[in-house]
Design a protein around this ligand. Sequence first.
Ligand code: NDP
Length: 795
Amino acid sequence: MSIKEIFNTMDYGTAPESTAMAKQWLAEQQHQFKHFIGGQWQTPASQQYFNSNNPANGELIAEVADGNEQDVDLAVSAAHQAQKSWVAIGGHARAKYLYAIARQIQKHSRLFAVLESLDNGKPIRESRDIDIPLVARHFYHHAGWAQLMSSELPNMQPLGVVGQIIPWNFPLLMLAWKVAPALAMGNTVVLKPAEFTSATAVLFAQICQAINLPAGVFNLILGDGKAGKALVEHNQVAKIAFTGSTEVGRLIRQATAGSGKKLSLELGGKSAFIVFDDADLDSVVEGLVDAIWFNQGQVCCAGSRLLMQESIAEKLTTKIKARMEKLVVGSPLDKGVDLGAIVDQSQLDTIKQLVQLGIDEGASLHQPSTPMPSSGCFYPPTLLTNVEPAATLAQLEIFGPVLVAMTFRTPNEAVQIANNSRYGLAASVWSENINLALDVAPKIKAGSVWINCTNMFDACAGFGGYRESGFGREGGKEGLYEYVQETWLANLSATTAAQKVSAKASVNTASHQLKIDHTAKLYIGGKQVRPDSGYSIPVFDANGEHIAELPDGSRKDIRNAVDAMNKATDWTNTSAHNRAQILFFIAENLESRQTEFAARITQLTGKSADDANAEVALAISRIFSSAAWADKYDGQIHNPPQRIVTLAMKEAIGNLAIVAPEQGGLLGFISTVMPAIAMGNRVCVVPSAQTALLATDFYQILNTSDLPAGVINIITGDRDALTDTLAKHYDIDGFWYWGSPEGSKLVEYEAAASMKRTWVNYGKIYEWSNETQIDSELFLRKAVEIKNIWVPYGA
Ligand code: NDP
């Protein structure tokens, strides 16, 4: 082609990346991948392998070991054996290993990038310029955290053996997101990559060998879902970190319920890409290319729902269509390609079926006339317009290069449509008006919000979801907490069977004929109300005297409490300063009735007057602590390498259920409820059965302290039945539970349906008077979610 012709057509020639080095590496492995366990390459116990192919051309990448329970068991034992000395070598030594890994990744970056593109089908431009540099960045960043662990995370210890299960869309990057923080914090790892993409994990294991990482610190189990399941179920695994589909995430939540395993889930998404009428539409179009056509749209946080302000919808759609004509689909190893191959034929079939479903539901299809490869797993960039916000395709994750578009009129409507999703992973907001963008961003229920940019990631900023997009964060200091625990928490002892008290169990046989001096009520929406059931439960003092009746709350009362919490969102949106003032006022009002509360404690528990007084004094101090933290437990600003500031904002979880500790009395009630509301949550609390009367006395204090209606709702009754109802309620966003091991299991199991954030005690007893435990940051941390808002700067 002459230069004149090139100028006329503006066509690019091909620019293929050499695959020679990667092919040589695959040949050296004899096209066979084995497990890496305890520093050795291991054949699978089953002796079975399955084929993994290049999705662009069907060529064999390798036969992959088909891992099973036996292999997982070996790997977990190796990791378990290695863990003590991995902790003992200290943060500095671990930092040096992580640094060595980072350096090796940079040295082998070309091989990693080409292998990733061959195995997964992603364009080499992306694996070379995005995936691999971010992988190295993660190891550098976490080398730093290993070095700083003892000073920055005092009184924390590693969890032990961590099981990590990753998907195929960013094979090495997901490995890095999980392995780097886990190792930095002194855990050892058993990692299972996705069955379609094992190659770069095998090369990573070779790097671990090359730098003499102690045997057993990193173990690799290859295979499919059954190996993942075995890892989840292994009883020596202390934590599971998972990225993948919401369906499998839900199974893992259920499988680990009650086991005490820590869990973080990074699941699917249907992220909104909101364009206001004052946005720079040319930048928007380039943003969309990165949002939905990056990695063929196989991105959990892909901007797959385009929300356009009505006035610019037509203009923007025209520009998008014009840009789509220029997108190049082809060999992933061609440096000029925008979209490579879909990971596997099964994923391609799913995309085709879902697009057809959208058309059947009335969407209009637009695909460009771009030439498509004649074979391999390719799918063209696709735009579906005329999609209603409630249509299947506006709700389902497609995980392909398919953008669904809809319109809105006002910023409020944009927020409403954006939040009309069971997911909450990410969103982009496009406007030249920074005030508007920064007003909208906090209102979107999503873990990452990108302003005038999209799909930005960095090791210093946490990434993770709200709602059914999962829980836990990866990256940033917040991500480290997923791999450590407070030492005191690790050392708690378990409840004895006798301590599993339910409200019914507290009914003793003492005379029911005694004079009743008090009939308490439920406290819902700022009002004292009778229980829907009309029933009550007798309350006895420490001597077995029948002193009062407590309402027997039920499902309907919980529904009313949830309704009240939903109406109390002003509490979440008000300033932290206002919340602090009200908490101080609650403390002041409790102090003025200290003698009365102390007498009640003595009456119910038999504590001496001095001890009861001390308990109330400590409760007042706890309220002060929560008030103090209300306006100080604030966010952070991260500085990723790009010209961007990332605002890590702490946000309330929302509607929080609290089943207060049975043994905690007034202190347990106060120490759980106050930090929760200080952070802006609305709570529905089930108090301890024995001391519920203290909680119902407490609502008189709330009534005189300007606490808005619906912020604290108190339901007494059968703790087990109430726990069951609260755990199953879809409008409860988080659940803190102190009770039996069985109750803890139930809460975690039922939480899987709506992916509630849970914090349960597995039957362990907290010391409510121990300030190191109860005044710790843990209570605040559990009361918030962190949202990262990315704001680019510069001309
Ligand atoms: P999965 O959730 O099935 O897979 C993720 C990982 O979990 C893989 O390593 C998988 O193994 C493993 N796994 C599968 N079943 C179990 C189990 N019961 N217990 C433990 N581990 C298990 O995702 P898919 O790869 O099947 O993709 C399906 C859909 O999930 C996609 O279309 C997309 O919508 C979504 N997805 C979301 C991702 C995200 O980043 N949020 C990433 C990938 C997919 P194996 O690969 O061998 O099946």
